[in-house]
Ligand binder design. Structure first.
Ligand SMILES: Cc1ncc(COP(=O)(O)O)c(C=O)c1O
Length: 367
């Protein structure tokens, strides 16, 4: 079997992780206040909550730190669907693990299509006008997983407007927003709304390292208490030591430079994948070039079924995540999510060439 060049993992490559700075930060965290760094901290380690609160212009009390942002999404699923009833709106496609969480929470999922400019707000408005009242609307507006889409300012404004008109709760999941390759920054829904109708969710996984397992929510005042109770009943507090290390790391001004460094490394990989797709993928394959984040979303021509082709791709050492995994209902059978974040840039061309060979020779490629 050829050596592996996997396109599956939405994680930072080893060279994007700031190992030396995290080693220093660990020592400083333990030297500065060892007792605090090694104690329970319900809601999260206070200095990190303060650093996050300052970035988002809110009091630290509105920041709830979790062991990774997926846990934060899990808390929201449990809170909003405590009676295992009610609707949730999601993008189509959207992050597969959130789909699982919402399904397991008992939510009735309604999917609204997405294009490179974000959610189709007209379709969403039609659903609302038709009487749908979701308890939660889950959105990844910036460099979306899996599509790479980035919602335009107009769509963001329209979403906030709808949230106000119908008194909705929008969950803005934003782990990729800082990893911008080009174009002007677009305000978050949280910034546009002021934080009344938007719960903001983010993570240090994509900007620092997955192993710190640190994510967070910025919530409206009314949700502080119930989510704090849920968090405390789950784990008393999240991982204080990891948060103390991050607080030392961020407090020493290391976060922003690492975001810049990681963005540069990701941009190189994005460019390599774009060039490889152009060179090797079949005529008729479609994608929108991501302007940030970790992923290409590619739709294949000629009836290629990416579920059927997956074993052959794995055999060739170039597995991907099949498009169908990212849909609440039907969809994505001709699509793949290709993560460039974890691949060495100089292996991407060969990996994409191999994958193109799989699609060209796989029997399902003939419609
Ligand atoms: C959109 C989105 N939300 C949440 C997560 C979970 O990240 P964490 O490692 O913070 O749990 C991911 C990870 O891939 C993601 O893509």
């Amino acid at each position: 079997m050829p050596d592996a060049i996997p396109f599956t993992r939405g994680v930072p490559a080893a060279d994007l992780i700031p190992v030396d700075d995290l080693r220093d930060a660990t020592r400083r965290a333990l030297d500065a206040d060892p007792v605090a760094a090694l104690s329970y901290a319900p809601g999260g380690y206070r200095p990190l909550r303060e650093w996050i609160g300052a970035r988002h212009g809110v009091d630290a009390g509105r920041v709830l730190i979790t062991n990774g942002s997926l846990q934060a999404i899990g808390f929201l699923g449990r809170h909003f669907f405590a009676d295992r009833d009610g609707a949730a709106v999601v993008e189509a496609p959207t992050y597969d693990r959130t789909l699982k969480i919402l399904r397991e929470a008992g939510a009735d999922l309604h999917a609204v299509p997405l294009d490179p400019d974000g959610l189709d707000v007209d379709r969403f408005a039609d659903l609302l006008a038709g009487g749908l009242r979701p308890r939660l609307v889950y959105l990844i507006p910036t460099y979306q997983n899996p599509s790479g889409a980035c919602a335009s300012l107009e769509r963001r404004q329209a979403l906030v407007e709808l949230a106000r008109r119908y008194d909705l709760v929008l969950v803005e999941d934003d782990p990729y927003g800082l990893l911008r390759f080009e174009g002007d920054p677009v305000p978050t829904l949280h910034e546009l709304d002021g934080g009344e109708h938007v719960i903001y969710c983010s993570s240090f996984t994509k900007t620092v390292a997955p192993g710190v397992r640190t994510g967070y929510l910025v919530v409206p005042e009314r949700l502080v208490k119930p989510l704090a109770v849920l968090s405390e009943n789950t784990h008393i507090g999240p991982n204080t030591l990891a948060e103390a290390v991050l607080a030392a790391y961020c407090g020493a001004g290391r976060f922003e430079p690492n975001v810049e460094r990681a963005t540069a490394g990701l941009r190189t990989r994005r460019d390599a994948m774009e060039a490889a797709l152009r060179a090797h993928f079949p005529v008729g394959a479609r994608w929108a070039t991501p302007r940030g984040g970790y992923f290409f979303w590619v739709e294949l021509p000629d009836g290629v079924d990416t579920t059927d082709a997956l074993p052959a791709a794995a055999e060739q050492g170039v597995p991907y995540v099949r498009g169908a995994d990212f849909f609440a209902g039907e969809g994505g059978r001709d699509a793949v999510r290709l993560a460039y974040s974890a691949c060495p840039a100089d292996r991407i061309d060969e990996g994409i060439a191999r994958l193109a060979g799989v699609f060209a020779s796989h029997p399902a490629a003939v419609a």
